[in-house]
Design a protein around this ligand. Structure first.
Ligand SMILES: Cc1cc2nc3c(=O)[nH]c(=O)nc-3n(C[C@H](O)[C@H](O)[C@H](O)COP(=O)(O)O)c2cc1C
Length: 460
């Protein structure tokens, strides 16, 4: 295919405003698709899409990009395994590996910018042709990919574009965008504080390579330093890093822990009001719904409706419906419930992620009815996970669900004991290879998760 023959825009008639608006609306409707039909994509169509990508602007017109198309199922499965997540690598029709030649570069990552321009152009082309696409930087170990596809040393792979025919029931939810006025300013830099995330100060300015996901010298993990508004802002956009598909955000390992945490709630009265605080992507919500169904009024309490839209979509797909679930927004740590009105407050791995923890616990005590139950788990500082957190997690960047710092079991026990009466106490995952194992003995205080149930006292 010879792309030198494509006409330049000067030789084409200008579009009418309506035609232009129609095309732009079509392009704006593009969103990442991660749910595909098991249907191959013809090489001619793939070539046409890549050919469209070659029309993108690129640095000095060197076109230092290279695109390797992988259609073979075994190789796609290998790429999925290397990525460590991204299930759609296996289920898509073709993976285009986004590569560039390192021989000619520019200090502003010009070759990377050029590949990105082509990748977006290909995404739009695929979208207009009825295919779905997801662009991915989460590709895992580049050296393994290099060996798998025979990529020479002078080329680098920086991502993939997964293409496929969308499953008819694929989520049709466009991730929300920040309002225009928060991300653009005229003449000078202006941006609301809630849309800027905290970084530890850097004396000589920030160096790009000092702020990588696995090693970030300036990340701030303290929820107090973030504050409610910025945490809410961060979570509500980041949750859309994935599609609201069943099982999203739950590894097999994590799934067993989640089940055990939900199990702590125990039996509840018919019609009871159960508040799940900060459900993020809805992993606990699905389990709560499966377990209690319409026997409980489950209130998902998040910091933004954007998060709640994701949870709603995910629960409906995974559980079949969301009957009995209510979606509520909490502002500045204030719960939208009357005093003494809630039967159960569920705080799974939440206390270590909220700012102003003492005030938040007072708020929990305010809304809980006398005799009501607070069910808590926390990532425990006094455990192997506490060591792992300080040696590894806290050296990287803040995870998409927001900042947190593990809390010592004894501190949590003390803080809860000042407001509530302890009913049960448990440790989960005492050792890394004993996932979700429960301990009520001494190890309960030194397991990865410390938790239990506490009751609001009934005044005489
Ligand atoms: C550079 C880049 C890297 C991305 N990496 C991944 C990834 O590894 N896995 C994934 O599922 N989505 C990935 N995405 C897709 C984004 O999550 C998605 O574009 C974003 O949430 C906005 O949603 P939309 O594409 O549906 O508009 C990536 C997108 C870009 C541009």
């Amino acid at each position: 295919m010879d792309h030198r023959t494509n006409p330049a825009s000067g030789s084409l008639p200008a579009l009418s405003p309506d035609d232009a608006a129609g095309i732009l609306a079509r392009l704006a409707a593009r969103h990442s698709i991660r749910d595909f039909l098991p249907r191959p994509i013809e090489p001619e169509l793939l070539d046409a899409i890549i050919g469209d990508g070659l029309e993108a602007p690129n640095a000095c017109n060197h076109q230092m990009w290279h695109f390797i198309v992988v259609r073979d199922q075994a190789t796609k499965d290998q790429l999925q395994k290397i990525s460590g997540s991204n299930e759609h690598f296996s289920s898509c029709g073709a993976i285009i590996l986004l590569c560039f030649h390192m021989g000619w570069n520019h200090n502003k990552f010009a070759v990377v910018q050029s590949v990105a321009a082509a990748a977006y152009h290909m995404s739009l082309s695929a979208h207009l042709r009825g295919l779905g696409a997801t662009w991915n930087a989460g590709i895992g170990n580049g050296a393994k990919i290099r060996t798998l596809v025979g990529l020479p040393a002078e080329f680098e792979v920086i991502g993939t574009l997964c293409l496929g025919w969308p499953a008819p029931e694929a989520p049709n939810l466009k991730p929300p965008r920040r309002p225009l006025e928060t991300v653009r300013s005229y003449e000078r830099f202006v941006r609301p504080a809630t849309d800027c995330y905290p970084l530890a100060p850097a004396s000589g300015g920030y160096r790009y390579t000092d702020l990588m996901n696995h090693s970030n010298k300036h990340s701030v993990f303290s929820p107090d330093r973030w504050g409610w508004d910025r945490i809410g802002n961060f979570r509500s956009y980041a949750v859309y890093a994935k599609s609201p598909l069943p099982g999203v955000y739950v590894s097999r390992r994590l799934g067993r822990e989640l089940d055990a945490e939900v199990g702590l709630i125990g039996a509840i009265e018919p019609g009871a009001c159960l508040v799940e605080v900060l459900p993020y992507g809805g992993s606990y919500t699905v389990r709560l719904h499966n377990r209690y169904g319409s026997a409980a009024a489950i209130h998902c309490l998040e910091l933004s409706n954007r998060n709640l839209d994701f949870v709603r979509e995910r629960v409906c797909r995974e559980a079949g419906n969301d009957e009995g679930i209510h979606y509520d927004v909490m502002t500045a740590g204030r719960m939208p419930y009357a005093d003494n009105s809630v039967d159960v407050v569920f705080l799974p791995q939440i206390l270590e992620a909220v700012p102003e923890r003492a005030a938040f616990l007072d708020e929990v005590a305010r809304v809980l009815r006398p005799g009501g139950k607070v069910v808590v788990t926390v990532r425990n500082l006094l455990s192997w996970f506490g060591v792992f957190y300080f040696r590894s997690v806290s050296r990287g960047q803040v995870p998409n669900f927001g900042p947190y710092v593990p809390l010592a079991s004894l501190l949590v026990r003390n803080e809860l004991g000042r407001r509530f009466e302890r009913q049960s106490e448990i440790g989960l995952t005492p050792l890394p290879n004993a996932v979700a194992r429960a301990s009520t003995g001494a190890m309960r205080l030194f397991s990865r998760l410390y938790g239990g149930t506490w009751i609001k006292k009934i005044e005489n």
